[in-house]
Design a protein around this ligand. Structure first.
Ligand SMILES: Cc1cc2nc3c(=O)[nH]c(=O)nc-3n(C[C@H](O)[C@H](O)[C@H](O)COP(=O)(O)OP(=O)(O)OC[C@H]3O[C@@H](n4cnc5c(N)ncnc54)[C@H](O)[C@@H]3O)c2cc1C
Length: 416
């Protein structure tokens, strides 16, 4: 901690266990410059989410992290408050809100507990392909349960030898002889909530030689024969969310559970990442804010509101970076609401917000000196949680490639 001793005990800071303190500090961190374009309903969603996070999510965050305990109660609290289906139509139990409202909620949840935000976003990432390409019966079977928290879902894209190059997946779907459905065989890895999923949106290929054109999406029921999972991985962060390997051994899937046409899976992936990259970007902003808030609280405890000048200068920089990320997030989410966002904008948002999330968390820990290493102060948890946001939903190196391609396209168009 700059020019001072460690903050006075007792640990932990009351920030996460005292909802009034949590709300007071996080309300004080709102920025008018980012709020100016929000609608009334969007502000309402943010306030409602922040309240649930202060009362039910943040108080559990340190424990689920320490114990590696799935944040079931935290997700249930959000679902019970009617926040589980912000991007889901009303007829399937959702509230049909804007992507901006969803981004605001994701920022709030991530600021309180990264692991809960990962469970929360995965529920939406599973609901979306079911709504986009499933039959009404399949959507009806799973989506309301995902929204209300009676079902958990997983998205199965990654495989042991297919990560960034997802189109090289080897899980195969074979039409059964009776023509009534398919059997799926293969391994999916690093699957969020994979140890307890009631439904898996699983991508498989009908023809390994056909690349993207062979990829097809299926809704695999969690009780299907031949489906099993490995022990959850022991990860750097996001301890309250489980990540596991899934094995499919001639798992039967009815034809009615195919999502869209044969070979249309890649277009579902492409449309889905628009949503999932908003999720990851919002996590970046929320984790940055959480780390910053915890550093502020610790510094305040040690020094009172007039912070030492060098710490104050660094904090001014962090506040500016969080605001920049939030403006990018809101701007691109608004573009998505208007169907105006392209891959360049989405990639720029994902990369910028998650890089800022990581760098702010690192800087917040550094500001506290040796105290930044203390789990009780909370900052190191944000740092550990922030790392993975740069990796999943398309690594930031891959985002840079997408942004570079978009820049070349713009140059070509502008200078031809
Ligand atoms: C906690 C966690 C949860 C996850 N949840 C899910 C989930 O629910 N469902 C799911 O399907 N997947 C999930 N994933 C997997 C995640 O999407 C992949 O890890 C990610 O796509 C990257 O793939 P990879 O790990 O195989 O890295 P690789 O593709 O092997 O990349 C390794 C390194 O090379 C870089 N690289 C790769 N290609 C290029 C290139 N062309 N140019 C420059 N650099 C490149 C990458 O940026 C990276 O730094 C999860 C991962 C984690 C860690």
């Amino acid at each position: 901690m700059t020019g001072t001793t460690a903050p006075a005990g007792p640990y932990p800071l009351p920030l996460d266990t005292d909802p009034a303190a949590y709300l007071a500090l996080h309300d004080a961190l709102d920025e008018g410059a980012a709020d100016v374009a929000l609608g009334d309903r969007e502000r309402e969603v943010r306030a409602a989410t922040r309240r649930v996070v202060a009362e039910e999510v943040a108080p559990r965050a340190a424990e689920v992290d320490r114990e590696h305990a799935f944040a079931h109660e935290s997700y249930q609290a959000l679902a019970t408050a009617g926040l589980g289906g912000l991007l889901v139509p009303v007829r399937y139990g959702g509230t049909d809100d804007t992507h901006v409202a969803y981004a605001l909620a994701m920022e709030e949840i991530s600021a309180g507990c990264g692991a809960t935000s990962l469970i929360y976003m995965t529920q939406m990432h599973v609901a979306y392909p079911l709504l986009l390409a499933g039959t009404p019966a399949v959507a009806e079977k799973y989506v309301p349960g995902l929204v209300e928290g009676s079902l958990y879902g997983s998205l199965g894209v990654s495989e042991p030898s297919a990560g960034s190059d997802a189109a090289s997946m080897r899980t195969t779907a074979t039409m059964r002889e009776d023509g009534e459905g398919y059997t799926l065989t293969g391994t999916k890895t690093f699957i969020t909530t994979g140890d307890r999923s009631d439904v898996i949106v699983c991508f498989a290929t009908l023809d390994p030689g056909a690349g993207r054109r062979g990829i097809t999406a299926f809704a695999v029921d969690g009780s299907a024969p031949g489906l099993s999972h490995g022990r959850p991985f022991d990860k750097m962060g996001m301890h309250g969310s489980t990540t596991a390997e899934l094995h499919l051994d001639e798992t039967p899937v009815p034809a009615t559970h195919r999502l869209g046409d044969e070979g249309s899976g890649w277009s579902i992936v492409v449309r889905s990442v628009t949503k999932s990259r908003i999720s990851a970007a919002a996590q970046g902003v929320g984790l940055a804010r959480g780390a910053y808030a915890h550093a502020l609280a610790a510094l305040h405890r040690a020094h009172g509101p007039d912070l030492p000048p060098d710490a104050a200068a660094e904090l001014a920089d962090l506040r500016g970076r969080i605001l920049q990320a939030r403006l990018v997030l809101h701007g691109v989410a608004r573009q998505v609401d208007r169907d105006e966002a392209d891959a360049g904008a989405i990639g720029l948002m994902k990369q910028t917000c998650t890089d800022i999330g990581w760098s702010v968390a690192v800087a917040a820990a550094r500001l506290l000196g040796r105290s930044g290493d203390l789990a009780d102060l909370g900052v190191e948890r944000y740092l550990r949680d922030a790392k993975v946001t740069q990796i999943y939903d398309g690594t930031n190196e891959v985002q840079r490639i997408l942004v570079a391609r978009d820049t070349s396209r713009r140059l070509k168009e502008a200078l031809r």
